[in-house]
Design a protein around this ligand. Sequence first.
Ligand SMILES: CC(C)(COP(=O)(O)OP(=O)(O)OC[C@H]1O[C@@H](n2cnc3c(N)ncnc32)[C@H](O)[C@@H]1OP(=O)(O)O)[C@@H](O)C(=O)NCCC(=O)NCCS
Length: 242
Amino acid sequence: MNISLSELDKKRFGVVTAKISFEGDESLADVLTWCAEKKVEFLIARSPTANIHLAQDMEKKGFILTDTLVCYVNAAIKVTARPLPAGFEWRVGGAGDAEVADRLAAQIFKGYGGHYHADARLEQADCDLVYSSWMASSCTDKNLADAVFFVTHESMPVGFLTVKKKNDSSGDIVLNGIHPDFQNRGLYFYLVNLAKQWAIDQNLAQLTVSTQVTNTGVQRIWCRQGFEPSGSFYTFHKWFNQ
Ligand SMILES: CC(C)(COP(=O)(O)OP(=O)(O)OC[C@H]1O[C@@H](n2cnc3c(N)ncnc32)[C@H](O)[C@@H]1OP(=O)(O)O)[C@@H](O)C(=O)NCCC(=O)NCCS
């Protein structure tokens, strides 16, 4: 069973939190027993949308739907020649960028439509922190990102994209965004291209990425960059002290 306690979420939200990713043969009853034994107060459950009966069983047990994730893959990676707009540059990030990355992510992801923000029991400001602290840590922790790319304007980062190797043949675009003042200029399109170049340089056969089904803007860009839909997942939250 792919279930574990999340120390990070416990620290942030002040409740014993666990996360499960349903992968096929786990029984919901076993998951609930595990949570009872560990005194879990808040469970975040991800389940394949194809398993509609599991979703219905969770609904019957009081789980609430908090988002639907769509996954894309590019299995024939070709870089797309298109320069950065005038006035912008790009560079690789590092440990010294953690603070600026934290501030930038806070501006980009304020009120973002992810599963944390969708849960009325969580403080919105705490949910914003999920992304800003995750982005800051991505600059320093190789477990979170193998490379961080920034787009800069007058030397200041205005957008970022992080990538992580999943195995010898596949990489993932993890965290990405552009400051609201700099959107709709093709900066994100350029960052996706950098991720594709990174994958080619790493000899990876494919690059994956995912987002909420409602985030149609990024999906349009991924399609233009050769990505195709590959799967989807529901995210449910369960509070045990209701
Ligand atoms: C989604 C997001 C990353 C897109 O970034 P962006 O830099 O605005 O993306 P682009 O500029 O490459 O493309 C956006 C649109 O601008 C258009 N565009 C690109 N260059 C342009 C230009 N010079 N003039 C006008 N429009 C332009 C693109 O064609 C695209 O059009 P579309 O919305 O009709 O498809 C950004 O809105 C964002 O950070 N959102 C919040 C966080 C988020 O959703 N992150 C992704 C999580 S997976």
